[in-house]
Structures are given as C-alpha cells and as structure tokens.
Design a binder for this molecule. Structure first.
Ligand SMILES: [Zn+2]
Length: 173
C-alpha cells in the first residue's frame, strides 16, 4: 500500500511545482509557435520525426505542470484561478479526452497545465497528453486522434479552439 499523503502536504507540493514552472514559463507567442510545429509533425504520416518532436516537446514540458490524478489537477488549477466554474469546466473537459483515450487503448500520460507568460500575467491551457500504440496503422491513428480530440462533445462539453483546429487539420489529411 502506498503511504497516505496528507491533503496539506499534497497542496504544498503542487503549489511549489506551479511556482517553479511560473518562474521559467515561456511566452505565449513562443508556446503557440512550438505547438504549431508539434502538431504539424505529430500528424505527419511521413517518416520519423521523433527527435524533432522530443526537442519541441521539451520546450513545452519545461513550461508545464503535469500530474497523474484529477485531484492534483484541480489543485494545480486552483493555483492559477479563483473561479471555481473555470476549474470545474476545465477538469470535465480534460477528463473527457483522458477517458476516451484510455477506452481506445491509448496510453494516458497525465493531466497537464501549460503555463505561459503573457505580458505581466500568466495564461494557461489544459492538455491531456496521450500516446497511441506505435504499431497502429495511419488510418487507425487518425480515427483515434479524431475520437480523442472530439471527446468533450460526447460528454456535452465544448471543444476548445485548439481541439477544433486540430480536428479540421486532421480531416484535411
Ligand atoms: Zn480539448
């Protein structure tokens, strides 16, 4: 059995993680540029982009707080906003991506919050990273990406602009 962790200790640990990421957060402009480059490579069906992807991924990960459970994700969010509705909406949204990813047999990596600097303030965006089994053929991958990215709609949640952009992009492929 795992050692029980007090809620206070967990909260303190999460707060520290969030502060550390805020201190080195990348700018919103750089984040957008990086995400665009990743998406382009991620859905590319030609060859092997692993090294390039990893390098781009590292840029974002350095500006991201990743946790394994919804309870921790809620704590991360609570460090970034005082609006309980925003917290609940974001949790429901990311959870729907995670549920569908797991139901399809994708590897769920965790709940992540990308934190970026925007002038004197911070902006943030939830992400539910996943990995598809590498042996899946292109067609199966595309279908899975579409289901996972479109998951919030299945649960009556709204798609984010990023979700919509990715779906449009995938459909054109
Ligand atoms: Zn989404």
């Amino acid at each position: 059995m795992e050692k029980p962790v007090s809620l206070e200790a967990l909260e303190a640990e999460i707060r520290k993680k969030v502060e550390e990421v805020k201190a080195r957060a990348i700018s919103l402009k750089d984040a957008r540029k990086t995400i665009k480059a990743i998406d382009k490579l991620l859905y590319a069906e030609d060859g092997d982009h692993d090294e390039e992807l990893l390098a781009l991924h590292d840029i974002l990960m350095d500006s991201t707080v990743t946790v394994q459970t919804l309870i921790e994700f809620k704590m991360v969010m609570q460090n970034m906003t005082d609006d309980p509705e925003q917290v609940e909406e974001m949790i429901a949204h990311e959870n729907s991506h995670a549920n569908v990813a797991e139901s399809l047999g994708a590897k769920f990596i965790g709940y992540a919050l990308l934190i970026c600097k925007d002038k004197d303030d911070f902006v943030f965006r939830g992400v539910a990273p996943y990995e598809l089994p590498p042996e899946w053929a292109a067609r199966k991958r595309k279908a899975a990406h579409l289901k996972i990215i479109g998951a919030p709609e299945k649960y009556g949640e709204e798609l984010s602009d990023t979700d919509i952009g990715k779906i449009e992009w995938l459909k054109r492929q």
